[in-house]
Design a protein around this ligand. Sequence first.
Ligand code: NAP
Length: 250
Amino acid sequence: MNPTRTLDGQTALVTGASRGIGRAVALALAECGAEVVVNYASSPDAADAVVKEIESGGGKAYALQADVGDEEAVDALIKTVLERSGRIDVLINNAGITRDGLLMRMKAADWNAVINLNLTGVFLCTRAVARPMLKQKSGRIINITSVVGLMGNAGQANYAAAKAGVVGLTRSAAKEMASRGITVNAVAPGFIATDMTKDLDAEGILSAIPLGTFGTPEQVAGTVRFLAADPAAAYITGQVLQVDGGMVMG
Ligand code: NAP
């Protein structure tokens, strides 16, 4: 076996894979041999472009639209993946949004939208893959949280609460599934250059990053790839790996 093709014959679902970090993760897992399901919400052209990029590199992929904050849509998504691919080996819970605002003025709708996608969506997708993975007695689940969930952030109470919730969910799922050979870990990026961060005041943020730059989606994808595809990661579960240029230490 080519040591870099550890996911040959396996299927990986990446939520929110049309852009940003999810896109980079989809490309990285395809390089490891996985057939990649490129989930998206509202960007079919971008999702198709990711599929084409994977195919042009000799890989296998297809795109599926689903709002992963919607219970029925998630169950239908996983059913389609199982019908089409026959298995699901890797789940990357990446889809996420922000609706920033100071707590005092935050609308309940903005609170609910962020909790619903960024936390409940992770629960829904994890629950939906649990049965097939438990039957297979193998699986790797990686949840994209954020350093904001570890340290808090003014103007992001909804986002920080959801991302902190993802850490608790990750550890609970890891404990529930470990005896069946399934690992569940989280990756916590700091500030990564994507659409999500393009309107932020970079100058103010950079002074808080010891390595002095925003990270790239590919740098986050490298850590996800390690957890999802490297045999050496088989003994790691319930952990949060930070990819944050040293922003949060200790
Ligand atoms: P992004 O560039 O804004 O991309 C978001 C992705 O999520 C898109 O593919 C989008 O699909 C998808 N999405 C949005 N709503 C969805 C829904 N309801 N159902 C399914 N997919 C949906 O974001 P990003 O910066 O790559 O962030 C990816 C993840 O990393 C998020 O969980 C985010 O919280 C986390 N993160 C990001 C940073 C950062 O600095 N960028 C830092 C820490 C953590 P469409 O294209 O179809 O809209």
